[in-house]
Design a binder for this molecule. Structure first.
Ligand SMILES: Nc1ncnc2c1ncn2[C@@H]1O[C@H](COP(=O)(O)OP(=O)(O)OP(=O)(O)O)[C@@H](O)[C@H]1O
Ligand SMILES: [K+]
Ligand SMILES: [Mg+2]
Length: 677
C-alpha cells in the first residue's frame, strides 16, 4: 500500500457500491445490533403498513406514505454511512491483496544445506518449515531469518521502497510474506500458517471483517438504547395524555415524534466513526489489531521506549577496543574475537569485522567450542573452548559475575565510552578482565522535537534500556526523554508498566526486540516496529510499518480525534433531538390547545408540514454529518478541559440551533411546492 494512495471521501465507485450495500444492511437480523436504527426500521415498517391500509380503504394516505418514505430514508442513510466507511477500507484491502501472491517456495530439507530444496506452493507452507529465499524471489510467507543477511524491498506492505536489511540474530530478523528479496539470500523459518500471515490479517482488518465493538462503543450503545426506551415510554404516555385531553394521534404522527426524539444521528454514525478511526491509522501506515487499542491511544499518559533500534538507529557497531593496564591491545582484540565467534547478533558480527579490518585477526570457530549465546537476561555472551572461557557483556553483569572491583583506569575508560553515548562491553578470559569494547550507535534525528510534542500533549516519555546508567543518561539527554530506566531486563520493563498501570494510568510501549515482547503485550497500546522480531510484532496490538517510534504522536492524535469525534457528534445528536421536540410538540397539540400557538415560534405552515419537516431534517442531518464522521473532528493540543468547553459550545449549541434553522427552511421549501401547506 502506498502512502501517496489516498482514497477520496467521495470516490464514485465507493459511493455506488455503498448505496447497494446500504440496502443489504437493512436486514433486521444484522441491524438489530444498532438499537436506535433498529427501532427506526420497525417504526418505518409500521407506518408503511398504516399507509397501505389507508390506501386500500380509500382514505387519505399521502401523509402516512410520505412520512414512511422519509423514515426508510433515515434508516438507509444510517446504513449508507457505515457502508461508505467500510468501502474505503475495502479499497485499501484490494491494493494489499495484489501484494499477496501465490509464489513457489524453496522448501529446504536440511536448513544447513542450501543446495537441496524442493519447490512447494507458498499456500502449502506450515509453521516451522524452512525455506530458502534468494535475490529476486518473493518471500513466500512470514518468518524469522535463521541464516544469512539480505536487503528486502517491503514496499508491498509498507509503501516504502528503500530496501531494509534483514538478518539472523538481532532485532531485525522478521520477514513478511509478499515482500521482495533484492540481494543475497536468507534461510527463513516460517512462522505463520497459510491464511494467517501478517498480510492476511491486515487485509481482514482494513476490510473491517474482524471489527468488534470496543467497550466504549458498547457503553455508548447501551446509553443510546436506554434513551430510546425512555422516549418510547414518553411517546406512549403522550397517547394516554392525549386521550384524556381529547386529542387523537395518528400512527404516523407518533412515529415521527418518536424517531425525531431518539438519538438517530449518533446511532446512524457511530460505527462509521469507529471504522474511520482505524482507517485513518492505516493511512499513517500503522496497523492496529483492535479498535480498543486505538481508543486507548487517545487516553495514553506515558510512553515507554527501548533505546537501541527505537530511539537510536540500532546498528550498534564496534568502534574501539580499550585494554586494561598490563594487557596489550592485540591480546584484547583476540579475546574479543573469541568471545564473539559464536555470537550471531549484529553486535557480535560487527566486533568480528572490526577486529578483522583493524587488527587483521580472523579466527575460525574451534570444533570443541561450547557457544554461550547472548541473552537479554544474562546480558552476556561468549564461548568455552580448549579449557578456556571467553566472555563479553554489559559491564555491570560481567563485573558481578567476576566478583571483583575493577581498577580506576578501567572504570574511567568505561565512563568515557558511556559519556559519548556508546555502549561499553567488558571482556574477560578465564575470569580475568582484559578490557572494554565500545559499541557506537546514533540517535535518530528529529526525535527530540517529537518528544517535545508528546510532552505538550501531556504524555511522559520514558526510555528503558538494558544499557548502563551513563550511556542511558547521555542518550536520554540527547533524545530529550522525560525519564529513563537503565540496566533493565525484560522483567524490569514489565514491572515498570504494571506499576504505572496500577496507578490507573494508560501506558503505551514502543519496541522491536524479542525481549520487548512481554512489555508490548502488557502495555495498553503496544506498538511494534515492522523491522522488529516476529515475537515483538505478535505481542503488540499495533505494528508501525515505518518503524518510527515517534509515530505514537500521530497514533495518539488519531485516538484522541476518534474519542472527540464520537463525543462531539453524541452531544450534537442529543441537543438536536431536544430542539426537534419543541418544533413538533406545538404542531401536535395546536388543534386541542390553540394557546400552544404561542409556542409555535417557528411559524411553520401547518402541523403536517411541521412534522414532515422535522422528519426530513432528522434524516438529512445524518448524510450531512457523514463527511465529519469520516474525517473526524479536528484535534487541537489545548488541554482536555478547554477542548471540552469548546466542543460543548460548538456541537451543543450548534445542535440546539441547527434544527430550528433547518426545519424552518424545509418547511418553507415544502410551502413553495404546496406540500401539506
Ligand atoms: N551480543 C552481545 N553480547 C554481549 N553483550 C551484549 C550483546 N548485545 C548487547 N549486550 C549487552 O547487553 C545489554 C542489553 O542488551 P539488550 O539488547 O537486551 O538491550 P535492551 O534491553 O534491548 O535495551 P535497548 O535495546 O534499549 O538498548 C546491552 O546494553 C549490552 O551491554
Ligand atoms: K433523532
Ligand atoms: Mg532492544
Amino acid at each position: 500500500m502506498s502512502k501517496a494512495e489516498t482514497i477520496s471521501m467521495f470516490d464514485a465507485g465507493i459511493i455506488r457500491r455503498a448505496a447497494l450495500e446500504a440496502l443489504a444492511k437493512l436486514n433486521p437480523v444484522t441491524l438489530a445490533r444498532n438499537p436506535v436504527i433498529f427501532v427506526t426500521e420497525i417504526v418505518a415498517a409500521l407506518v408503511t403498513v398504516t399507509g397501505i391500509e389507508a390506501l386500500l380503504a380509500h382514505r387519505p394516505a399521502g401523509f402516512s406514505i410520505t412520512i414512511a418514505v422519509w423514515l426508510w430514508l433515515t434508516v438507509i442513510f444510517a446504513t449508507f454511512a457505515e457502508a461508505v466507511a467500510e468501502g474505503r477500507g475495502r479499497a485499501r484491502a484490494e491494493s494489499l491483496r495484489r501484494a499477496r501472491s501465490d509464489t513457489m517456495a524453496k522448501l529446504l530439507v536440511d536448513p544447513r544445506d542450501r543446495a537441496i530444496f524442493k519447490l512447494a506452493p507458498a499456500p502449502d507452507l506450515r509453521c516451522g518449515d524452512m525455506v530458502l529465499v534468494e535475490a529476486g524471489d518473493l518471500i513466500p510467507s512470514d518468518g524469522e531469518v535463521i541464516d544469512g543477511v539480505a536487503s528486502v524491498n517491503e514496499s508491498a506492505v509498507t509503501g516504502e521502497s528503500a530496501p531494509v536489511v534483514r538478518e539472523a540474530g538481532g532485532d531485525r530478523s522478521a520477514v513478511t510474506g509478499g515482500t521482495h528479496l533484492v540481494s543475497d539470500w536468507l534461510v527463513v523459518r516460517i512462522t505463520a500458517d497459510a491464511g494467517a500471515t501478517f498480510l492476511d490479517r491486515m487485509i481482514a482488518l482494513v476490510e473491517g471483517a474482524e471489527r468488534r465493538k470496543t467497550p466504549n462503543e458498547i457503553a455508548l450503545n447501551i446509553l443510546l438504547a436506554g434513551l430510546t426506551i425512555v422516549f418510547l415510554i414518553a411517546v406512549v404516555t403522550l397517547v394516554g395524555f392525549g386521550q384524556y385531553s381529547g386529542t387523537r394521534f395518528s400512527i404516523p404522527v407518533l412515529a415521527a415524534l418518536l424517531v425525531c426524539l431518539i438519538p438517530t444521528t449518533i446511532g446512524g454514525l457511530l460505527s462509521a466513526i469507529g471504522i474511520a478511526g482505524m482507517d485513518r491509522l492505516v493511512r499513517f501506515n500503522v496497523v492496529a489489531t483492535s479498535g480498543r487499542a486505538v481508543e486507548a491511544a487517545g487516553d495514553v499518559d506515558a510512553l515507554l521506549l527501548d533505546k537501541t533500534g527505537t530511539i537510536t538507529f540500532g546498528n550498534r557497531m564496534a568502534a574501539g577496543f580499550y585494554p586494561v593496564l598490563g594487557v596489550n591491545e592485540r591480546a584484547l582484540a583476540e579475546a574479543c574475537v573469541m568471545a564473539s565467534l559464536g555470537d550471531d547478533t549484529p553486535e557480535g558480527r560487527s566486533i568480528l569485522s572490526f577486529a578483522r579490518d583493524r587488527y587483521d585477526i580472523s579466527l575460525a570457530t574451534p570444533d570443541d567450542a561450547a557457544i554461550i549465546p547472548f541473552s537479554a537476561n544474562t546480558r552476556m555472551s561468549g564461548i568455552d573452548t580448549g579449557g578456556k572461557s571467553y566472555r563479553k557483556g554489559a559491564v555491570d553483569s560481567v563485573l558481578a559475575a567476576l566478583g571483583v572491583a575493577p581498577d580506576p583506569a578501567f572504570t574511567e575508560s568505561i565512563a568515557r565510552i558511556a559519556r559519548a553515548g556508546s555502549t561499553p562491553l567488558a571482556v574477560t578470559a578465564d575470569g580475568k578482565l582484559l578490557g572494554a569494547i565500545e559499541l557506537k550507535d546514533i540517535v535518530k534525528p528529529g526525535i527530540k522535537e517529537r518528544f517535545a510534542a508528546l510532552r505538550a500533549m501531556g504524555i511522559r516519555t520514558i526510555m528503558v534500556t538494558g544499557d548502563n546508567r551513563i550511556t542511558a543518561a547521555t542518550i536520554a539527554a540527547e533524545a530529550g526523554v522525560d525519564d529513563y530506566i537503565a540496566e533493565a531486563n525484560p522483567q524490569n520493563k514489565l514491572d515498570y508498566i504494571r506499576k504505572v498501570q496500577s496507578e490507573g494510568r494508560l501506558v503505551a510501549m514502543c519496541g522491536d526486540g524479542t525481549n520487548d515482547a512481554p512489555a508490548l503485550a502488557q502495555a495498553d497500546v503496544g506498538v511494534a516496529m515492522q523491522t522488529g522480531t516476529q515475537a515483538a510484532r505478535e505481542a503488540g496490538n499495533m505494528v508501525d510499518l515505518d518503524s518510527d517510534p515517534t509515530k505514537l504522536i500521530e497514533i495518539v492524535e488519531i485516538g484522541k480525534q476518534l474519542l472527540i469525534t464520537r463525543g462531539a457528534l453524541t452531544t450534537f445528536s442529543i441537543a438536536n433531538d431536544i430542539s426537534k421536540y419543541f418544533a413538533i410538540l406545538p404542531a401536535i397539540f395546536i388543534t386541542t390547545y390553540p394557546q400552544l400557538g404561542a409556542l409555535n415560534i417557528m411559524r411553520l405552515n401547518t402541523p403536517e408540514s411541521a412534522i414532515l419537516s422535522a422528519v426530513i431534517f432528522n434524516a438529512l442531518i445524518i448524510v450531512v454529518l457523514v463527511p465529519l464522521a469520516l474525517r473526524g473532528v479536528k484535534f487541537r493540543a489545548i488541554g482536555a478541559a478547554a477542548l471540552l468547553k469548546r466542543n460543548l459550545l460548538i456541537y451543543g449549541l450548534g445542535g440546539i440551533i441547527a434544527p430550528f434553522v433547518g426545519i424552518k427552511l424545509i418547511d418553507m421549501i415544502l410551502g413553495l411546492f404546496h406540500i401539506f401547506s
